[in-house]
Structure formats: structure tokens, C-alpha cells
Design a protein around this ligand. Structure first.
Ligand SMILES: [Zn+2]
Ligand SMILES: [Zn+2]
Length: 895
């Protein structure tokens, strides 16, 4: 704190790789790996990445040697199925959503040291090495199971890849999925379907034997109990974590299948299992290790160093790395089932007698093999289908995975792994009346938060004050408003602004009215003897100690509350001192009050940095301290001692910057607007917006016909444009553009203009369109011919030098406009298919209304990013075959 060191701190990705240092606290932090095929919602964000980020930032503040590792979990059926549905490769799905996750977390200022992914060669390497050790140590067994197999596709079918007639009497839905009927909601087993079909080729699958490998958890029990007994004390696990673990040791410790008949995963390195991959529950947690190995080749110094490294793992109850599983699990109403109760949940019991039978069969024969031998057990039909109800139970609560499964895997290797010391599991964050739901699209999603224009520090603050640490909490817009207006604005923002504004005043000037310090922090001699100030110092000192105590125990809400109390003390101190009077009556005392208060401002920025880093950066800016200033709260630097003497924190004579309000009030009408905007599900919202758009389109058509008369009928335009009803009408977003993949079938120079090409472009319609483009000076004609391009198809046709142009070819230009390149769809993209951006897939306008300047308004948000991907507001242009790119212009604009 005192020395204001100016290196870049721990959050810069370019900072040197950190390795454990002898004699220091070395802390390895992970948060649950988000599953890759969805956009995270606020419940997920608070549940894992944000909580872990606060702790990581806190550790860096304290001078601990900490790294924070996370990434997207990419393997498994859900990705493979989604890829089949969208007619692209799993890799392409993962690329798309990995980028979206990354953007959301970047916006939330999540300070990963490494944000990776599980579909890497490093993952394969680490996973296979662990598997080989488990095999050498005889912890694996083999069993035969039966599963639906499609002869045409030559593969075993995951539940979701089977379709048939729903067996529920009266339902008869003919496209019920193997895991659940979407019409009546019943959880199913694929064999229950009448007339089952392979979803890919439509042929009838047959039941076939398949061999799988199992991890023998019961045999690892002793090692596991020993680990849990010692770590739960050392890491002060919460009571509910210990209870859940014990319940699992008693009831859940069965042998668990670790292989799957899938292609998208880590291949099993064994001759007889060559066409199988590891099951997600086995491979996903290994992602923590492999992502660290992407961070540094010396990853073992972090992961095989239990004497010197403490492992902290963060996980949201809702954000288990198995959204494949949780989607249907939670949707079935079994949400929140504790591990002990899971056996009785509808998912595991009622719906599926076959699975229950499988459990019994398995318990009878916990066969272990030292070498692989022929199967001894034939299980009840179909236990092994990808998301069987039993396995929903296994993976339904992520903490079991970290408390039981993952440690078992590592213990089984017999190697000296760094095992989890502390686990932080959050409960649910509910949204208004219901639950945040990815599958149903209920709530506010990571990418929505940005679009509200509510700054990130407000989002972070609100989510953290509402962190569901011991029980579920509720997100409401009214509560967000209250916290912003009363805590951030009236308490924190007000304190800082009062102090800085008073210091900034020029006593000579008229507006200064004879008081102020003209931006210069005054001397404060005698502060120790100033009673009010001394008392404040003592209080602040004890608050800082409480803050540290809470944060060490990962009680973040408590830490945040304590930091905010200091701001409250500051306000009371200002009030009691009556500094505005003091300035005239007792100037030395006024200087003490001001120097002490500005020290508190700095201290607050420091204590709040883990929670709201963007706020702290702004405070530094207003204090006129270098942007690289690193906050520190370490014991070694005596920072905590210094906090008791806030008048010593900043030096006299320092010139501060320009004070500005730090927070903006959220008004009632804005709250109402957001409530409406985010009401219902995403799908509802889309439908609503589309219905609204259609209505407006109709209205406009009528207006056109009736001409002058119609103008009166139109609703008056006013400042209330942001009102709910007008929002769909006013919203100009990417979804209104009809961009398609086109093929230039013919190109020639425009007969009457040197700089223009005349092209014929096939955009998937009966006839190609004639398009005029001003690209002659940038793209040679031979590069135009037979090229796939992105074409904006709903611009109003315009005549250019006598020839009508019926679309526009999209190109990117460098910032100085010297270079222009075409935006290229992937070669495999289908002709005529729409180019979309995630979250903006609504129906495009028939024709973009030139008067509304839809295209002109959107243009500034179209750009290429540093990876050369064409984007709308940082979200990639996407086709079924992947994202659209340019060849060399990064951060260019697209037109
Ligand atoms: Zn049904
Ligand atoms: Zn098939």
C-alpha cells in the first residue's frame, strides 16, 4: 500500500509464468469448468468464475503466489449431439462457444492466469497418463453392458440420438428423445421408446453388447477417508460439505464407468477399447491439470507438490461441469436434490426401473481385474446409455466430483498429487420468481449484462453481495437498484466524491468559496493526537483485520460487507468532524481530516479491488496515481499495520486528479424496463420481439399506403423510447441483417466505372443476384471469381452507374483504409445459409429501411477482432461450418 509499486500485478496475461516459491504461500485456484455449448448466465458466473476471481485477486493483494486456472469443458455427448444437429464438427461448436465464454468473462474482468479448454493434446496426454497408472495399480474393472447400436452409422447411440414414440399412455408423441419426452416431460430410457430410430440416419437401432471400464471406488475408500478426514479439518470445509461427503462415502461409493462409446473425447489408450473415449466425469476435472500444463510445462510443480501448494476449488451447485447431465436433471424438477437424496429423486428412481436394476446388478459383482478378463456380468438393458438416470445422480452435484471422484482418481495413481484443500460451493441464485435456467432461457445471461449499460462494477458488486454462500438467494431488479443507489452511490461513491471534491477546490476561486486545497493533499501533523481521527484509525484497523479473517475463510460476502463498513465509517467521520466549518475555524484539524479521508479512499480502493476492480482503477485515476499502481495488503509490507493510520497512506503534496461521480443512479423506470425486457424465457423474448417487429412492419406498410394520413396514427416519438413496448421497435441489432453465404459465379469490370466490379452472386435463390462492389482497387479480379463471400441480402437495391445492385459483399478495411479484404465464410459453409451471431438469430427484416438507418447504425459494431474473426460487438459471425474470417486485417471495420 505505502510504496505504490508500479509493476503490472498478477492479472496481466503477459506477466511471467508463476511457479511455486519455497517459503511462500502458493495457492492454486480453480473454478468449475463451464460446459461449452451454452452462454453462461449470472447464476453460473457468481457460482464459479466470479467467486474464484475474487479469491484470486485477494490472494494477489496479500502477496501470495497464486494462480487461477479455468477453461471450457468441451468433450461429451452434448457437444457431439449439438454438432450433429447443426451439421458441423464438435470442434466448431466448441470454438464458437469457447469464444463466447471468453468474451463474457473478459467483460466481467475475470483475472484468469490461464483460461484454456479441455479439447487439447495436453488433456489427452495427462488423462491417458492417469489412466495408465490406475490400470497398473489394478483399480479398474471391466463389465459388459447392452446399448442401442446403429448399424448404418456404425456407432452406439447416446440417449439423445435415439428418437421414437413416447410410451406414456395418451401422449403418443412421435419424436420423443431417448432421455426424455419433450411433450409430456417424462424421463425415459431409450428402450422404452416404441419404434426407436437413430436420429442421424433414421434407421432402427439394435441392442448390442459393449464393454466398459469401471473405476473401483469401493477399493479406494480407505485412502479417500484418510484424505477427507485430514483435509476437511485443514481446509475448514463447511458443515454441509462434510455431511454431503460422508453421505457419499456411505451410499454412493460404487464402481463407476469411466468410458463411453463416443468419438468426441479423449481416446482410451488400450487395444481393446480403442474406439471409446473417457467419460466426461473422468476427463473434465483432469482439465484443471491439463490447462495448467498449457500455462506452464512445469505444471507438476503446482499439481504434484502437496507440501507447498494449497488447492482451492470453486464450484456452483448449478454450474457443475456436466451441463449435459444437469440440463435434463434440473429440468425434471429434481434440482437441489442432495447427494444422499438423489437416489430418491424422480430422475433416479421412478422413471427408470432399468437403471435401478443396473445398480443392484452392479452391487452384486464388484469385480476387479488385474488383467482384462472376459466379462462376468451382463447388466440390465441400457444402463450405459450416455445420460442414464443413475449417472445423472452421480454428476448431479458437482461437489461430489471434487470431494470424492476426482481425489479418488488422483489417489488411485499412487502419485503425490496436490489434492483439494478447500472447496467453496455456492447454492442457487434464483431470478425474480423462478430459477435461472439455461435450457429454458430464464434470467439474465452473461452477454445480456453488458447490453444493459449498467457498468460491470455494479454487476459484480450486486452478485457478490448476493452470493449464495449458505442458502439460495434471489436476484431481483429492485434489489439491484436498492444496492446500487443506497450502498454504492449514497455510501461509497458519496464518501469518495465528497473527499476528493473538497481537496480539489481552489480556495482562491469563486466556486471554491474560500475553501479547498487546489488538488493538493495537505500535511497532517498531529493526527495521532486528534481524538476523532485516532478513534477512526482504531476502528478501521479492526475492520481490516476482520476483512482479512473473512477472506482467508473464503467468506466473501462478509469481506465485502466489512470493506463497505469502512466507507460508512468514513462518512460518519466526515460528518462528525464538520470539516467545512473546520477549514475556517481550525485549519490544521481540517487538514488532518482530509489527509486521513483521502487515505481511506485509497484503502477502500485497495480492499474493494478483488470485488470491483474497475472501480478501483477509476479511483486510482481520480487520485492521479499511475494506472500500473499495484494495490497491496501484505503482512510483509506492513500494509495492515498502516491501515490503522490512514493519514499516512498517501503523501502530503501529492496532486490528485479530477473528481467525478463514480456511480449513476438507477431509476425506477429503468428497473421497470429491465424487468419487462428480461421477463419470461429467451425464447419468449425472441417470439415477443418478432411478433412486435411483425406488427410494426404491418403498421409501416399501412402507413405507407395511407401516406400522409398515417403519420398521425403513429405513436408519438419521445424520450420514452426505452419503454418496454417501444423496445422491440427501437432495437437495432444484428438479427435484422440478412447476411448469407454466397458464391460469386461471374465477375467483370463495371462497363462505366473503373473502380467497380459487377458480379453475379448465388445466394441460394432461384437466380443469382447482380451486385456492384467498389473493390477493383483492392481485390484482383481472379480472386473474386468462384469465391465464397458473405453477402448482405436485404439492403434496399441501389443503382450504381446505371446498374442496379441487389446486395452487398461484406469486406473489412484496416483502420487507415489502405487495405481491404473480403470476409470469408468457411469453405464448408452451405450456399445460401444465413450468417448469424449467437443471441441475435431473430428473423431479419425483409428490406432494411433506409430512413431508419438500420445498416448505418449497425455498421460501427461490425469489425474483425485480433484473431481475424468477423464480429458483431465481439461476437463471431457464425455459419454451420464455423466462423467467418478475413486473411490479415485485425481490428478492422466491416462494411
Ligand atoms: Zn410423452
Ligand atoms: Zn444411424
Amino acid at each position: 500500500m505505502g510504496d505504490l509499486p508500479t509493476d503490472s500485478g498478477g492479472t496481466d496475461r503477459k506477466s511471467p509464468v508463476k511457479l511455486p516459491i519455497a517459503g511462500k504461500r502458493n495457492i492454486l485456484i480453480t473454478s468449475a469448468l463451464p460446459y461449452v455449448n451454452n452462454v453462461p448466465h449470472l447464476g453460473n458466473i457468481i457460482g464459479c468464475v466470479l467467486s474464484a476471481d475474487v479469491f484470486a485477486r485477494y490472494c494477489r493483494l496479500r502477496g501470495y503466489n497464486a494462480i487461477y486456472v479455468c477453461g471450457t469443458d468441451e468433450y461429451g455427448t452434448a457437444t457431439e449431439t449439438k454438432a450433429l444437429e447443426e451439421n458441423c464438427t464438435p470442434k466448431q461448436i466448441c470454438d464458437k462457444y469457447h469464444a463466447i465464454h471468453k468474451q463474457v468473462y473478459d467483460w466481467f474482468n475475470i483475472s484468469f492466469d490461464e483460461f484454456g479448454r479441455t479439447s487439447t493434446p495436453q488433456q489427452t496426454e495427462v488423462c491417458q497418463a492417469i489412466f495408465k497408472k490406475l490400470m497398473e495399480n489394478h483399480w479398474l474393472s471391466e463389465n459388459t453392458m447392452q446399448q442401442l447400436y446403429c448399424d448404418t452409422c456404425q456407432r452406439f447411440l447416446a440417449d439423445r440420438l435415439v428418437e421414437g414414440i413416447c410410451p406414456t399412455p395418451g401422449c403418443n408423441y412421435d419424436s420423443a428423445r431417448g432421455d426424455q419426452c419433450e411433450k409430456c416431460g417424462k424421463l425415459l430410457n431409450p428402450t422404452e421408446l416404441q419404434d426407436p430410430r437413430c436420429k442421424v440416419c433414421r434407421n432402427t437401432p439394435r441392442i448390442r453388447d459393449t464393454n466398459h471400464l469401471f473405476l473401483e471406488l469401493p477399493l479406494l475408500k480407505d485412502k479417500l477417508v484418510e484424505y477427507i478426514n485430514s483435509m476437511s479439518v485443514a481446509g475448514s470445509w463447511s458443515q454441509n460439505a462434510i455431511q454431503a461427503t460422508n453421505a457419499w462415502l456411505k451410499e454412493g461409493l460404487k464402481h463407476r464407468c469411466i468410458t463411453r462409446d463416443l468419438k468426441w473425447g479423449v481416446p482410451v489408450p488400450h487395444e481393446r477399447f480403442r474406439d471409446k473415449v473417457f467419460y466426461v466425469w473422468f476427463d473434465a476435472p483432469i482439465g484443471y491439470v491439463s490447462i495448467t500444463s498449457c500455462y506452464t510445462s512445469e505444471w507438476e510443480k503446482w499439481w504434484k507438490n502437496p507440501e507447498n501448494v494449497e488447492l482451492y476449488q470453486f464450484m456452483g451447485k448449478d454450474n457443475v461441469p456436466f451441463h449435459t447431465v444437469s440440463t435434463c436433471f434440473w429440468a425434471a424438477g429434481a434440482a437441489g436434490a442432495s447427494p444422499a437424496a438423489a437416489g430418491a429423486s424422480p430422475a433416479a428412481a421412478g422413471a427408470s426401473p432399468a437403471a435401478a436394476g443396473a445398480v443392484a446388478a452392479k452391487e452384486e459383482s464388484p469385480s476387479i481385474c488385474s488383467t482384462f478378463r472376459s466379462p462376468t456380468t451382463s447388466l440390465s438393458p441400457l444402463f450405459a446409455s450416455e445420460i442414464s438416470p443413475l449417472e445423472r445422480e452421480i454428476t448431479g452435484n458437482g461437489s461430489n466430483l471434487l470431494q470424492v471422484m476426482f481425489p479418488s482418481t488422483l489417489l488411485g495413481t499412487g502419485e503425490n498429487w496436490t489434492l483439494m484443500k478447500t472447496i467453496s460451493v455456492t447454492e442457487y441464485l434464483n431470478y425474480e420468481a423462478g430459477k435461472f435456467s439455461k435450457s429454458k432461457g430464464v434470467g439474465v445471461f452473461g452477454n445480456d449484462a453488458k447490453d444493459t449499460n449498467i457498468p460491470v462494477e455494479v454487476w459484480r458488486y450486486y452478485l457478490l453481495t448476493n452470493r449464495p454462500e449458505v442458502s439460495d438467494t434471489l436476484f431481483t431488479w429492485a434489489d439491484l437498484q436498492a444496492k446500487l443507489n443506497s450502498e454504492l452511490l449514497a455510501n461509497l461513491g458519496n464518501f469518495i466524491n465528497r473527499v476528493l471534491s473538497f481537496i480539489a477546490k481552489d480556495p482562491e476561486s469563486e466556486s471554491g468559496r474560500g475553501s479547498g486545497y487546489n488538488y493538493i493533499i495537505p500535511e497532517a501533523s498531529g493526527a495521532e493526537e486528534h481524538l476523532l481521527t485516532k478513534t477512526l484509525g482504531d476502528k478501521v484497523g479492526s475492520y481490516v483485520e476482520q476483512y482479512v479473517e473473512a477472506m482467508e475463510k473464503v467468506k466473501m460476502k462478509q469481506g465485502l460487507k466489512t470493506a463497505m463498513s469502512i466507507s460508512g465509517e468514513g462518512n460518519a467521520y466526515l460528518q462528525e468532524s464538520q470539516f467545512w466549518k473546520l477549514y475556517k475555524e481550525d485549519q490544521p484539524s481540517c487538514s488532518i481530516v482530509m489527509k486521513t479521508s483521502v487515505g481511506l479512499v485509497y484503502l477502500l480502493a485497495c480492499l474493494l479491488e478483488p470485488f470491483i476492480p474497475s472501480f478501483s482503477v477509476e479511483v486510482l485515476n481520480q487520485l492521479n496515481l499511475p494506472a500500473e499502481t499495484r494495490f497491496s495488503l501484505s503482512d510483509e509490507n506492513g500494509d495492515i499495520e498502516r491501515a490503522k493510520r490512514p493519514w499516512e497512506i498517501l503523501p502530503a503534496g501529492h496532486t490528485i486528479g479530477t473528481p467525478m461521480p463514480l456511480f449513476k443512479e438507477l431509476k425506477d423506470e429503468e428497473v421497470e424496463f429491465f424487468k419487462q425486457k428480461f421477463a419470461g424465457s429467451q425464447a419468449d423474448r425472441k417470439d415477443k420481439a418478432e411478433a412486435e417487429a411483425t406488427k410494426i412492419a404491418e403498421q409501416l406498410k399501412r402507413t405507407k399506403v395511407s401516406d400522409g394520413k398515417g403519420k398521425k396514427e403513429r405513436p408519438a416519438k419521445s424520450a420514452t423510447e426505452a419503454k418496454p413496448k417501444a423496445s422491440a421497435e427501437a432495437e437495432i441489432s444484428m438479427s435484422r441483417l440478412d447476411i448469407r453465404v454466397g458464391l460469386i459465379t461471374k465477375v467483370e469490370k463495371h462497363p462505366d466505372a473503373d473502380s467497380l466490379y459487377k458480379e453475379e452472386i448465388d445466394v441460394g435463390e432461384a437466380a443469382p443476384r447482380t451486385v456492384i462492389s467498389g473493390l477493383v482497387n483492392h481485390i484482383p479480379i481472379e480472386e473474386m471469381q468462384n469465391r465464397k463471400v458473405c453477402v448482405l441480402c436485404n439492403l434496399k437495391p441501389a443503382t450504381m452507374r446505371g446498374i442496379k445492385s441487389h446486395a452487398m459483399v461484406l469486406a473489412a478495411s484496416s483502420s487507415d483504409h489502405t487495405k481491404v479484404e473480403l470476409v470469408d465464410p468457411p469453405e464448408a459453409a452451405a450456399l445460401g445459409e444465413r450468417v448469424t451471431v449467437a443471441g441475435f438469430e431473430g428473423k431479419p427484416d425483409d428490406v432494411l429501411n433506409p430512413k431508419k438507418k438500420v445498416w448505418e447504425t449497425l455498421c460501427p459494431d461490425l469489425h474483425t477482432d485480433k484473431d481475424l474473426v468477423a464480429c458483431y460487438k465481439n461476437l463471431p459471425f457464425t455459419t454451420s461450418a464455423g466462423v467467418c474470417k478475413v486473411s490479415s486485417i485485425s481490428n478492422g471495420s466491416i462494411r
